[in-house]
Design a protein around this ligand. Structure first.
Ligand code: ADP
Length: 476
C-alpha cells in the first residue's frame, strides 16, 4: 500500500507545536507496514544542509485559478521516512509558517491552496492508495482529489478544530474553485470559504486526535461553529489518541540533557533539575519544580494561570515557563517574573531547552480549557514528570487521577476540577503534599515511566482506516 502523508509542519524541519511531532512520529511508526512518503513545504528558514535536503530532480507546474506556478521538489529521509519538500516562492518565502505578531499572512489562502493542489498532483503522479491530510492547510486537497476523480482513499485528521482556514469569498476565484462549491453543505461558512469544511466534506474518513475530543466537537462548547456540520459527517468520524516517538523523547539518549537517565538510574533526574535551576537562575533546587510548556493562549489556560501566579509564587515552589503567544500575556508574565525569583520565564521556542525542562521538572502543569490531544503530558510521563492536567479531550483519555484505582488508563497524575485560580491552587497544594511524601511520589514516577506512550497501538488504528477495516472507536 502506498500512502502520501501531508502536513504543514514536520519535526525536525519545522515545528510550532504538536502537529509537527505527530507528522514525524506517526509516519515513522507506519513505515514498517506501508510504503509511506511525507510531504511538507520547504519554507525558506528550513536548513537544507543540516537536514540533507537535496533536489528530487522533479519540477512541474500547478495551475491555481488563472495562474500557473513552478513547483520544485526536494527530498530527504526522516527517521527512515522518505520526505518530499515543495518549493515555490509564494508558499515558502516567509520567515514563519503561518504569520507574525501582526497575525496570519494575508495570502495564506493562496500559499496553502498551492500546497494542497501540489499534494493532489503528486498523489496522482505517484499513484498512491491513501492520501492522509492534516488540518486546514492541506484540507483543500480532499476537494481536488474528488474533483480529479482520483481513486485514492482520503483520510483527514483534525488536530485542532479552532483553526479552520477561513477566507473571503473572493479566494474562490484565486484558488480556481468553482462557484457551485459555495454552499453550506460544501465549503461556504457565513459568507466566507472554510478550508476545514473541505477536508470534512470530501474525505472518506475524518479522524481527530483523541476519542474524547471526537465527541466534544459534536457540541457547541468545542465545535467551534462546526458542531452541526460534524454531526452530519459523524458516521465517518473517529477519535484516535496520539502518541509520541519514544526514541526521540528518550531521557536515556536525549542529547539535550546534561545527565541522561532512565527508570533504573532515576537519581540522575535530580542532577538535571540542579543544572536546570542553575541555568534558569532558580534558587533552592530542593523545592518542587513545576513547569508550563506551550502557547500563551486561552486554550492552554494561560490567562487563568497568570491570575493564579501571584499566590502560587508564595508557595514553596519553583516555577518555569516557556512559550509565546498573545502579547498581553507575554507582557504580564514578564512583569510577574521580574518581581519573583522563583519564576523563570523564557519567551520563545527552544526545543533543546524544553527537553531540559521536562527532564528537570517534578510536575508539568496543563490547565487547558480544551485540548484535542496534547503531547506534553506524554513527554512528561516519558521523562518521569508528574502531569497536572484539566481532564478534557486527550488529557481525559491519557491521564487518570492518582487516587483512582479503577480507570484502565495507565499514567497517573493530578486532575484539575476546573480551570480557575482556586482549582489551580488546590492542585498545586496537592502536588506539594505529594512531593513531601517522597515514597509515594517516586512510586508514581516509577509507575508512569513504565506506561506505554508510544504511537504503536494508535498507528494500528490508522492502519485499519487506511485498509478500510473496522476500527473500535467509531463515533456515530
Ligand atoms: P499544541 O496545541 O501547541 O500543538 P501539543 O501539546 O499538541 O500543543 O504539542 C506541543 C509540542 O510543542 C510539544 O512537543 C511541546 O514540547 C512543544 N512546545 C510547545 N511550546 C514550546 C516552546 N516554547 N519551546 C519548545 N517546544 C515547545
Amino acid at each position: 500500500m502506498k500512502v502520501l502523508f501531508a502536513a504543514s509542519e514536520i519535526y525536525p524541519y519545522v515545528k510550532t507545536g504538536g502537529l509537527a511531532d505527530v507528522s514525524q512520529s506517526l509516519p515513522t511508526e507506519l513505515s514498517s507496514q506501508v510504503e509511506i512518503t511525507s510531504i511538507v513545504p520547504l519554507y525558506e528558514f528550513i536548513d537544507r544542509e543540516q537536514y540533507g535536503i537535496v533536489p528530487a530532480g522533479e519540477t512541474f507546474q500547478v495551475i491555481l485559478g488563472s495562474k500557473s506556478y513552478d513547483i520544485t521538489l526536494y527530498q530527504s529521509i526522516n527517521e527512515g521516512v522518505n520526505t518530499l519538500f515543495v518549493y515555490e516562492p509564494t508558499l515558502c518565502n516567509r520567515p514563519a509558517p503561518y504569520g507574525d505578531k501582526g497575525g496570519d499572512y494575508a495570502n495564506n489562502d493562496l500559499r496553502f491552496g498551492l500546497f494542497a493542489k501540489t499534494i493532489v498532483v503528486l498523489a496522482e503522479m505517484m499513484d498512491v492508495d491513501v492520501l492522509h491530510l492534516n488540518d486546514w492547510h492541506t484540507a483543500l486537497a480532499a476537494l481536488w482529489a474528488k474533483e480529479m476523480l482520483l481513486k485514492t482513499r482520503v483520510i483527514f485528521t483534525i488536530h485542532n478544530l479552532a483553526f479552520q482556514g477561513i477566507f473571503p469569498k473572493k479566494s474562490l476565484q484565486r484558488l480556481g474553485i468553482e462557484e457551485y462549491y459555495f454552499t453550506p453543505e460544501s465549503i461556504e461558512y457565513w459568507g466566507q470559504i472554510n478550508c476545514m469544511k473541505a477536508g470534512i466534506t470530501y474525505s472518506d474518513v475524518v479522524t481527530t486526535v483523541s476519542p474524547s475530543y471526537a465527541e466534544e466537537i459534536l457540541y457547541p462548547k468545542n465545535g467551534c461553529g462546526l458542531e452541526g456540520f460534524l454531526q452530519v459527517h459523524s458516521y465517518k468520524l473517529y477519535g484516535i489518541l496520539n502518541g509520541i516517538d519514544t526514541d526521540i523523547f528518550d531521557p536515556e539518549h536525549d542529547p539535550s540533557l546534561v545527565c541522561p537517565y532512565s527508570i533504573s538510574k532515576i537519581t540522575n533526574k535530580q542532577l538535571n533539575k540542579m543544572h536546570f535551576c542553575e541555568e534558569s537562575q532558580l534558587s533552592n533546587a530542593y523545592k518542587p519544580l513545576v513547569v508550563f510548556i506551550g502557547r500563551f493562549t486561552q486554550q492552554k489556560g494561560m490567562d487563568t494561570l497568570i491570575q493564579a501566579l501571584p499566590r502560587i509564587l508564595k508557595m514553596k515552589i519553583n516555577m518555569a515557563i516557556i512559550g509565546s503567544g498573545e502579547e498581553i500575556m507575554e507582557d504580564q508574565l514578564r512583569q510577574i517574573a521580574s518581581n519573583h525569583d522563583n519564576l523563570s520565564l523564557y519567551v520563545g521556542f527552544d526545543e533543546a531547552y524544553s527537553h531540559r525542562m521536562y527532564a528537570a521538572a517534578d510536575f508539568l502543569l496543563m490547565p487547558s480549557t480544551f485540548e484535542p490531544c496534547g503531547l506534553n503530558q506524554f513527554i512528561a510521563i516519558r521523562y518521569g514528570t508528574v502531569p497536572i492536567v484539566h481532564p478534557v479531550g486527550g488529557l481525559a483519555d491519557s491521564i487518570k487521577d492518582m487516587n483512582n484505582h479503577e480507570s484502565s488508563i495507565c499514567p497517573k497524575g493530578i486532575l484539575l476540577t476546573s480551570v480557575t485560580k482556586t482549582a489551580i491552587h488546590k492542585a498545586l497544594k496537592e502536588a506539594c503534599d505529594l512531593y513531601a511524601d517522597q515514597k509515594l511520589f517516586k512510586s508514581i514516577i516509577h509507575h508512569n515511566m513504565k506506561c506505554d506512550v508510544s504511537f504503536t497501538q494508535s498507528a494500528k488504528r490508522y492502519l485499519a482506516l487506511y485498509f478500510d477495516r473496522v476500527v473500535d472507536e467509531v463515533i456515530s
